[in-house]
Ligand binder design. Structure first.
Ligand code: RB5
Length: 149
């Protein structure tokens, strides 16, 4: 499994913890930045990770900012990206099962490291259920097409 990860300054510290965690588990991870704690713009990292995932160079993406919200909104502008902000393991599991989410977003100012790592493990181990959920995801793609994104 290959993971693309990125953050702004608000998610920089947690990004480092997640990278360390994934490496210890033997999971390949590429850090798309930011590489310092200096203030920066989350969209610059969201697009890099989103494009890496949507082009299938990576299996999943992980994006972290202060809340997880701005960086997920930006990633979701890339057609084919389904980025889900999660602050609990139930949602992390459900968004893989039901939404086939391909990017996990989290907020460093929202979740502690222990919970964040559990969320990561849950997200990466859950599987899309298909069936009726495929119909629903297809309708999301139809919305993208309607607005020519
Ligand atoms: C940065 O201060 C903060 O606005 C950003 O990390 C994020 O929380 C935005 O949604």
């Amino acid at each position: 499994m290959k993971i693309a990860i990125g953050s702004d300054h608000g998610g920089f510290r947690l990004k480092g913890e997640v990278i360390e965690h994934l490496k210890l588990k033997g999971i390949e991870v590429k850090d798309f930045g930011t590489l310092t704690e200096s203030s920066c713009d989350y969209a610059d990292y969201a697009i890099q990770v989103a494009e890496a995932v949507v082009t299938k160079q990576f299996d999943f993406g992980i994006l972290i900012c202060g809340t997880g919200i701005g960086i997920s909104i930006a990633a979701n502008k890339v057609p084919g990206i389904r980025a889900a902000v999660c602050a609990d393991t139930f949602s992390a599991h459900a968004t893989r099962q039901h939404n086939d989410a391909n990017i996990l977003a989290m907020g460093e100012r929202v979740v502690g490291t222990g919970l964040a790592l559990d969320i990561v493990d849950t997200f990466l181990s859950a599987e899309f259920e298909g069936g009726r959920h495929t119909t629903r995801i297809d309708k999301i793609a139809d919305i993208e097409k309607k607005y020519n994104r």
